[in-house]
Design a protein around this ligand. Structure first.
Ligand code: NAD
Length: 505
C-alpha cells in the first residue's frame, strides 16, 4: 500500500523508516467523516480557549518550548528514524521548533493587543483595532520537516485563539502526533488541536470545506489546487510552496567561506528543503577556483544511515524522490552536462541514498535547469557581472529564497535588494533568514501566498475588527448647515489635515 492509498474503515497504516524499511509504528487511515468530526470537536473546544487571556495561552507555548528542549534527544531520534535526515539536521529542526514556540510565547500578547487608530474626524471619532480568532485553522504539512512544519505554524494559530486541525504528510505522521502530545502535556486542551492521518487527496477537501483558514506547506502543484478550493469558499490560504533558489558568488567573495556556506545551503536535509539552493552563479573571475573547491568539499560529505553526530546526510525520503533526482541528473548528463561531484545513487548505503551532486554545463533544455529537483543536486554557472547574476537568478517563476556572498556588506545588500525573492541571506544559505523568527518568511511568484513568522505569522490567523465610536453629532453636514458650505469646509479641512506635521497611526 502506498502512503497515499485510501484505506478501509478502521484500518491502520504502518509507518516505515527510509533508513532501512523498519516499521516504526502505525496510524489510523482516517476518512472525510473523521476530518469533519475532528473539526467539530476542535470548534467546540475553541470557544472556551478563545476566552483565555493571551498571556495564559502563551504560557502553554512556553511550556511546550521547554518540553521540546528537555526531550530533544528523543525527538531527534524520531525525526531521524521517520524522515531519514541526519542527527545534526534533525537537531536543527528541533531547535527551530523550540525557538518559534518561544518567540510567539514572548510576543503574541504584544501582536494581538488592541491598538488605537486615528478616527474619521480626529478627536471626535475614536477608532481601535481588535484581533478576533478566525475559528478553526487547517494545517497541511509535508514530510521534509516533519516536526517544525507540523507544529510551528500551529503555535501562533493557537495563541491567536484558534483551534487547529493538522493533516501531516502520510510518510511522517508519528513526529507530528508526538509533538501534539507534548503540546497537550504543556496544557493545551485535549480537543483543541486534532491530528488526522491519511491521504492528502482524500482528507484535503473535507478539511478545507470545514476550516476558516488554511495553512498549506508543500508543492506548488498541490498548493494551486488547495488555494483554488479556498478561493471557492472565500477563506484565506497561506501557501508555502516550492523554490528554485539561487546563490550568487560576487567577485569580492571569500571563496573558502562561500564553499562551506554553499555545502550547507545545497545539501542540508539531503537537499529536501524548500529554501535549498539548486543554482549557483559565480563571477567568472572565481569560477574555476570555486568549482574545484566546491566539488572537492562535496565529495567529502559523509552519507550514512547511522544516528551519530558524525553523519552529514541521510537518504532521500523514498523511491519516488530517488527516481526524480536520478531522472533530473541523468537527463542533464545525457544532454551534455558535466558531473563535477556525485551523480549516482548509493544502494550500498541504503535503498534511497544519492550522492551530493555538482553539475556544470547545464543548459535550458535540461529538466533541472528550471524545475525544482528537491534533492542534493546543484548546477553551477559562470556569470560576467552582478547584473548578469541578478538577471539569471530572477529568471524563474519561483521566488522563495536567495543567497548572496561578498566581503562587502554594502555590495551584497545592493544586489540582495534586486532579487525577487521573499528572503535573501547574505553570507549564509538559508538559516539566517529562516531563523530570524521576528521577520516574515515566505515566497513570491509561484513559491507561495502569505508569510509565516513574525507579526504576519500570527495576525494572518485573525480577523481584524475595527471598532469606531463617535462623540457628538453624526458624520455629515450638521443640521442647519447647507450642504455646499459643508463640502467647502470639509475640502479645506482635508487639505489642512494632510499638511499638518502629524504622524497618525
Ligand atoms: P505535496 O504537495 O505532495 O504534499 C504536501 C502535503 O499536501 C502532504 O501532507 C500531502 O498529503 C498533502 N496533499 C497531497 N495532495 C493533496 C490534495 N489534493 N489536497 C490537499 N492536500 C494534499 O508536497 P511534497 O512533494 O510532499 O513536499 C515537497 C514540496 O514542498 C516541495 O516542492 C517543497 O519545496 C515544498 N516545501 C515548501 C516549504 C516552504 O516553506 N515554502 C517547506 C517545505 C516544503
Amino acid at each position: 500500500m502506498s502512503a497515499d492509498d485510501q484505506g478501509a474503515p478502521g484500518e491502520r497504516r504502518p509507518i516505515t523508516s527510509p533508513l532501512d524499511g523498519r516499521v516504526l509504528g502505525s496510524v489510523p487511515v482516517n476518512g472525510p467523516e473523521d476530518v469533519r468530526s475532528a473539526i467539530a470537536r476542535a470548534r467546540t473546544a475553541g470557544r472556551a480557549w478563545a476566552g483565555w487571556p493571551v498571556a495564559r495561552r502563551a504560557r502553554v507555548a512556553a511550556r511546550f518550548r521547554d518540553l521540546v528542549l528537555d526531550h530533544s534527544a528523543e525527538l531527534i531520534d524520531l525525526v531521524h528514524a521517520e524522515n531519514g535526515k541526519s542527527r545534526i539536521n534533525a537537531f536543527e529542526e528541533v531547535l527551530d521548533t523550540a525557538l518559534t514556540a518561544g518567540y510567539y510565547a514572548q510576543n503574541a500578547a504584544r501582536f494581538l493587543a488592541p491598538s488605537s487608530r486615528v478616527g474619521a474626524i480626529p478627536l471626535v471619532t475614536s477608532a481601535s483595532v481588535h484581533y478576533r480568532p478566525k475559528g478553526v485553522v487547517g494545517i497541511i504539512s509535508p514530510w521534509n520537516y516533519p516536526l517544525t512544519l507540523a507544529v510551528s505554524d500551529a503555535v501562533p494559530a493557537l495563541l491567536a485563539g484558534n483551534a487547529v486541525v493538522l493533516k501531516p504528510d502520510s510518510k511522517t505522521p508519528l513526529t507530528a502526533l508526538r509533538a501534539v502530545d507534548w503540546l497537550r502535556q504543556a496544557g493545551l486542551p485535549q480537543d483543541l488541536m486534532a491530528v488526522v492521518t491519511g491521504p492528502g487527496n482524500v482528507l484535503g477537501s473535507p478539511l478545507i470545506d470545514g476550516v476558516d483558514h488554511l495553512m498549506f506547506t508543500g508543492s506548488t502543484a498541490t498548493g494551486r489546487r488547495v488555494a483554488a478550493q479556498c478561493g471557492e469558499r472565500l477563506i484565506e490560504c497561506t501557501a508555502e510552496l516550492g523554490g528554485k533558489n539561487a546563490l550568487l558568488v560576487l567577485a569580492d567573495a571569500d571563496v573558502g567561506r562561500t564553499v562551506e556556506g554553499a555545502i550547507q545551503a545545497c545539501f542540508s536535509t539531503t537537499g529536501q528543503l524548500c529554501v535549498s539552493i539548486e543554482r549557483i552563479y559565480v563571477h567568472a573571475s572565481l569560477f574555476d577556483e570555486f568549482c574545484a573547491a566546491f566539488a572537492a568539499r562535496s565529495s567529502r560529505i559523509v552519507l550514512g544511515a547511522g544516528d551519530g553526530w558524525d553523519v552529514d546526510l541521510g537518504p532521500l525520503i523514498d523511491a519516488g524522490q530517488l527516481e526524480k533526482v536520478s531522472r533530473h541528473v541523468d537527463d542533464a548528463v545525457a544532454r551534455g552536462a558535466t558531473v563535477l561531484a556525485g551523480g549516482r545513487a548509493r544502494p550500498d548505503l541504503g535503498p534511497t541514498f544519492y550522492e551530493p551532486t555538482v553539475l556544470t554545463g547545464v543548459t535550458d533544455e535540461m529538466i533541472l535547469a528550471r524545475a525544482e529537483t528537491f534533492g542534493p543536486v546543484v548546477a553551477v554557472y559562470a556569470v560576467a557581472s552582478d547584473q548578469a547574476a541578478i538577471a539569471a537568478a530572477n529568471d524563474t517563476p519561483y521566488g522563495l529564497n536567495a543567497s548572496v556572498w561578498s566581503r562587502s556588506p554594502r555590495h551584497a545588500r545592493a544586489v540582495a535588494r534586486q532579487l525577487a525573492t521573499g528572503t535573501v541571506n547574505i553570507n549564509e544559505g538559508y538559516a539566517a533568514a529562516w531563523g530570524s523568527h521576528g521577520a516574515p518568511m515566505g515566497g513570491a511568484g509561484i513559491s507561495g501566498l502569505g508569510r509565516r513568522h513574525g507579526r504576519d505569522g500570527i495576525l494572518k490567523y485573525t480577523e481584524p475588527q475595527t471598532i469606531a465610536a463617535q462623540r457628538g453629532g453624526l458624520i455629515g453636514p450638521p443640521r442647519g448647515v447647507r450642504r455646499e458650505t459643508y463640502a467647502a469646509v470639509m475640502t479645506r479641512a482635508a487639505r489642512l489635515l494632510h499638511r499638518l506635521p502629524l504622524s497618525l497611526p
